[in-house]
Design a protein around this ligand. Structure first.
Ligand code: NAD
Length: 361
């Protein structure tokens, strides 16, 4: 059956990079028989301009209908003075909540050709390939009670609550173990079980779930040690699973190991592996409209979509191989260019990936 993909370009460079990812999808559809149908809708600032809302009802309805969603990025200077409740970024949060996307998958992948782009020594990061699985809809970011209260002595006290139900831990653990099965079969669960009871439970449940995946080697690390290890020897990791807040911090740290924000894709999945796929970067208003943004993070997000939501591993691998070939040929957008190299445009990079795909046949 033909799979429905909803395309949400969003704002800023979103429209430019998504255009290139769509070129790749159309190539696979027209030349390789990938059975997909693409529809477009508005989100973020573009949706505010057209409808007054960052997430119009029809966009959410279309997202619910679709098998997978490809998002560019939202936000920009134009909407910064709006009330926080109707800013472009609310469109994104509304999609995550409305679709119950509880599992955020963020690979930190460094193509050997770009090892010099990292702030770490090339030998520490060359060939790096980690996947961080972050719980996205629970934990301290959502726990109640929360707020700022006034104590009897008049002093104010801020408070948040770290909460996880067994079922929430169990479902993210399953996603992580299954992702590890598709990779190098190593999973590290990150917690702070020595201090936080909630993550003591986290460790217990992850260990329980692990019994269902005897082919995956499970280890545990406290978050402070995990942060240190990620910088000291990041290649020791395959898949990492962790809570919402720890994942937020560690995945940003890990993304910087790989040098450029323009290279990293992400997936947010629901319980049935339906997902929203997007580059980890924002709408880059500083370079929007100049045809110079790097579209590879978005193109690699398409590869993740094919792997995780559409079960099309061969097509996913074909895209990743094509990206590697393009980098081997020395084709670079400005963000990954070394001094003295001449950068190509966003659209030229998209064309190069399609050409490399065609060469693979
Ligand atoms: P950003 O990620 O947009 O940009 C940070 C820096 O990285 C900028 O210098 C930008 O030019 C560069 N950059 C980003 N993507 C690039 C690419 N593909 N190629 C080349 N260079 C790239 O972050 P920001 O500047 O903090 O935020 C800009 C806007 O994006 C804000 O409105 C913010 O709220 C929004 N934002 C949206 C998302 C999202 O849609 N998922 C995520 C983060 C930020």
């Amino acid at each position: 059956m033909r799979k429905q993909i909803l395309i949400l370009p969003g704002d800023g460079i979103g429209t430019e990079i998504v255009r290139e990812a769509v070129k790749v999808l159309n190539y696979l559809r027209e030349q390789r028989g990938l059975e997909i149908e693409l529809t477009h809708a508005l989100v973020g600032g573009a949706a505010i301009d057209a409808t007054g809302k960052p997430l119009p009802e029809e966009t959410l309805a279309q997202a619910k209908q679709a098998d997978a969603i490809l998002l560019g990025a939202v936000g920009g200077y134009k909407w910064e003075s709006l009330d926080i409740a109707i800013r472009p970024e609310k469109g994104l949060l509304g999609l995550r909540a409305g679709l119950e996307l509880f599992a955020n998958l963020r690979p930190a992948l460094l193509f050997e050709e770009l090892a010099n782009a990292s702030t770490l020594k090339p030998e520490v990061v060359a060939g790096l390939d980690i996947l961080i699985v972050r719980e996205l809809t629970g934990g301290i970011y959502f726990g109640q009670p929360r707020g700022v209260r006034v104590l009897e002595n008049g002093e104010r006290q801020g408070f948040n609550t770290l909460v996880y139900k067994e079922s929430e831990i169990r479902r993210i653990a399953h996603v992580a173990f299954q992702a590890a099965q598709k990779r190098n079969k190593k999973l590290c669960s990150v917690d702070k079980a020595n201090v936080l009871e909630c993550t003591e439970l986290w460790r217990e449940i992850v260990t329980q779930v692990g019994k269902e995946y005897p082919d995956v080697q499970l280890s545990h690390l406290y978050v402070d040690n995990a942060a240190m290890q990620l910088v000291r020897a990041p290649k020791q990791f395959d898949v990492i699973v962790t809570t919402n807040m720890f994942g937020d911090i560690l995945s940003d740290l890990a993304s910087m190991l790989s040098g450029s924000i323009g290279m990293l894709p992400s997936a947010s999945l629901d319980i049935n592996n339906k997902g929203m796929y997007e580059p980890i970067h924002g709408s880059a208003p500083d370079i929007a409209g100049h045809n110079k943004a790097n579209p590879l993070a978005t193109i690699l997000s398409v590869a993740m979509m094919l792997r995780y939501s559409l079960n099309q591993n061969a097509h996913a691998e074909a895209i990743e191989t094509a990206v590697r070939h393009v980098l081997q040929q020395g084709i670079r957008t400005a963000d990954i260019c070394a001094v003295g190299e001449t950068p190509v445009s966003t659209s030229a990079m998209g064309d190069a990936v399609v050409q490399a795909l065609a060469m693979e046949q």
